[in-house]
Design a protein around this ligand. Structure first.
Ligand SMILES: Cc1cc2nc3c(=O)[nH]c(=O)nc-3n(C[C@H](O)[C@H](O)[C@H](O)COP(=O)(O)OP(=O)(O)OC[C@H]3O[C@@H](n4cnc5c(N)ncnc54)[C@H](O)[C@@H]3O)c2cc1C
Length: 436
C-alpha cells in the first residue's frame, strides 16, 4: 500500500541538500533574516550571495523540483517533494535558493496550464529561471476567506477588460513583474462562475501600489512583502484572461491545492528544527541538580511534540502519496490537503511554543531562531484560507460518504441488533440458556 521509502540515489540527494543548507544557505538565513530583501533590487548583497547558490542547485539537478518534466522540473512527484521540502522548511531562504518559493511556484503552474504561448515566453520562462518574481492578487481589504464577498470587478470593453477595486495582502506586489488577479466578471452568476483570472503586467497604467503591510516579525514596510493595491481602470487585453470567463475560481483552486500541501511539508521541517532544539536544550541545561531532560514535565513536552510531529509527517506523506496516485482526478486529495492545512496551523504553534518556553529567556530573544518561528506560526492558520474554513471542508467532504437513516434510532442502536441475533441463534440459545 503506502510506501514512502526512496531509492539510494534520491536519499543521496536529500543528504546533499541537508549538508548544503548547513554549509551554504545558513549564512543567508543569519545575515538577511527577512527574505523580502531579495525582491528589492537595491539589496545587491543578498542577491550576490544567492545567485551562485542557485547555480549550484541547478548543477545538482535540484532546481524547481515541484515542476513536472515538461516545465524543466524533475517530475519527482509529491512524496519525494515532501521529503525534500521537509529539509527546505528548516531554512527561510532555502525555498528561494531551490526555486520553490511561494507564490511563484503556484503562479508558474497556472501560467503553464492556462497561459498563451506569448505569456509563457514573456513571464513563465523568466519566472522558472528565477529572473523575476510574481504576485497572486486575490484577497481584498473587506474579504479574504469568502470569495463571495470579493468586489474587484473586470468589465468587458471591446477587446479589453477594465479592472477596478482594491486588493490586499498581495505578496511580492511591489517588485513583481506581473500579478495574477482574480476579479468578478459576472456578479449575478453563482459563486463558482462569478470570477475570472487575469495576468496583469506590473507596468499597466492604473495599477497603483499603495503600501506593504508589515506583518508579524517584519516590523517595517521595507522588510515586508504584503502589498495593498488599487486597480484604477486597469485595461487588460482579453487574451490576458487565464482559463476563460467565469473560470477564475477553478484556476485559483488549481494553484492553491499544491501551495497548501507544500506549506505543510515545510512546516514539518520547521517543527523538526524546533524539536531538535528542544532536545538539545533538555540535555544541556541543569536545574535543581538535574538535567532538564530528567524532569517528567519536560519529558512530556518532548514526547508530545514528537508524537504530534510523527502523526503530522505521516498525514503529509499520505496526502502526497494520494496526489501522486490520483492523476485521473486531483480532487481525490482535497480532504487530505485540507487536513494538512488544519494541522499545520496548529502544530507549528504548539511545538515552537514548547521549544521557546524550554529555552527560557534566551528563547524569547532574537539570538535564537525560535522567536521568529513563533511569530510566523499563527500565519500558517490564516494564509491560503483560515483553519475554520478547512475544518469545514474536511467535515463536509467526509459527510458526503454517509446517508441519514429513516428509522427513529441510529443504525448502531443495539436493541434491534440483539433481537436479530437472538432470532438467528434462537435454537442455540434455547438449548444452552434454558432459563431465557
Ligand atoms: C503570510 C500571508 C501571506 C498571504 N499572501 C497572500 C497573497 O499572496 N495573495 C492573496 O491574495 N492573499 C494572501 N494572503 C491573504 C490570505 O489568503 C487571507 O488572509 C485569508 O484568506 C483569510 O482572509 P482574511 O485575512 O480576509 O480573513 P477573514 O476572511 O476576515 O477571516 C478572519 C477570521 O474569521 C474567521 N472565519 C473566517 N471564515 C470563517 C468560517 N467560514 N467559519 C468560521 N470562522 C471563520 C477565522 O477565525 C478567520 O481567521 C496572505 C496571508 C498571509 C497571512
Amino acid at each position: 500500500m503506502f510506501d514512502f521509502s526512496v531509492e539510494p540515489e534520491f536519499q543521496a540527494k536529500l543528504d546533499w541538500i541537508k549538508a548544503f543548507l548547513k554549509e551554504e544557505v545558513e549564512a543567508l538565513d543569519v545575515l538577511f533574516p527577512h527574505v523580502a530583501h531579495i525582491y528589492n533590487p537595491e539589496h545587491k548583497a543578498s542577491r550576490a550571495i544567492l545567485k551562485p547558490l542557485q547555480e549550484e542547485v541547478r548543477r545538482q539537478g535540484l532546481w524547481a523540483c515541484h515542476l513536472g518534466e515538461e516545465l524543466g522540473g524533475k517530475g519527482y512527484g509529491q512524496v519525494k517533494l515532501a521529503l525534500m521540502n521537509e529539509i527546505l522548511g528548516q531554512s527561510r531562504w532555502a525555498p528561494t535558493v531551490f526555486g520553490t518559493a511561494a507564490p511563484d511556484t503556484g503562479n508558474a503552474e497556472i501560467l503553464a496550464m492556462f497561459g498563451t504561448k506569448e505569456q509563457k515566453e514573456r513571464y513563465l520562462q523568466p519566472l522558472l529561471d528565477g529572473e523575476i518574481v510574481s504576485c497572486f492578487s486575490m484577497t481584498e481589504p473587506q474579504a479574504g476567506s469568502d470569495p463571495g464577498e470579493f468586489k474587484v470587478t473586470a468589465v468587458r470593453d471591446g477587446d479589453h477588460y477594465v479592472i477596478n477595486g482594491e486588493k490586499w495582502f498581495s505578496s511580492n506586489a511591489r517588485y513583481a513583474a506581473f500579478m495574477l488577479t482574480i476579479a468578478v466578471t459576472d456578479p449575478d452568476a453563482p459563486l463558482r462562475s462569478r470570477m475570472s483570472m487575469f495576468v496583469v503586467p506590473k507596468e499597466t497604467p492604473g495599477l497603483k501600489f499603495i503600501r506593504n503591510a508589515p506583518y508579524m516579525g517584519e516590523f517595517t514596510e521595507e522588510l515586508s512583502t504584503e502589498g495593498y493595491l488599487h486597480y484604477d481602470n486597469v485595461r487588460i487585453p482579453v487574451d490576458h484572461m487565464l482559463g476563460g470567463e467565469g473560470q477564475g475560481f477553478a484556476v485559483a483552486q488549481a494553484r492553491l491545492g499544491g501551495g497548501r500541501v507544500h506549506h505543510a511539508m515545510r512546516t514539518v521541517g520547521t517543527c523538526q528544527r524546533a524539536l531538535d532544539m528542544m532536545c538539545e536544550r533538555a540535555l544541556s541545561r541543569r536545574t535543581r541538580g538535574k538535567q532538564l531532560s530528567e524532569m517528567q514535565l519536560v519529558q512530556n513536552d518532548i514526547a508530545q511534540s514528537y508524537i504530534e510531529l510523527e502523526q503530522f509527517r505521516l498525514l503529509v506523506l499520505k496526502t502526497a502519496w494520494i496526489i501522486d496516485n490520483a492523476h485521473d482526478d486531483p480532487r481525490k486529495a482535497v480532504t487530505h490537503i485540507a487536513m494538512c492545512k488544519v494541522v499545520a496551523g496548529k502544530i507549528s504553534q504548539d511545538i515552537v511554543t514548547r521549544a521557546l518556553h524550554l529555552h527560557g529567556s534566551l528563547g524569547a530573544t532574537h539570538e535564537l531562531p525560535l522567536a521568529d518561528m513563533y511569530m510566523s506560526a499563527p500565519t500558517m492558520g490564516i494564509a491560503d484560507g483560515p483553519t475554520e474554513v478547512h475544518i469545514s471542508t474536511v467535515a463536509k467532504r467526509l459527510l458526503r460518504n454517509y446517508t441519514p437513516v429513516d428509522t427513529l434510532f441510529p443504525s448502531e442502536h443495539l436493541p434491534p441488533k440483539v433481537a436479530k441475533a437472538r432470532a438467528r441463534y434462537a435454537d442455540v440459545l434455547k438449548e444452552h440458556l434454558p432459563a431465557e
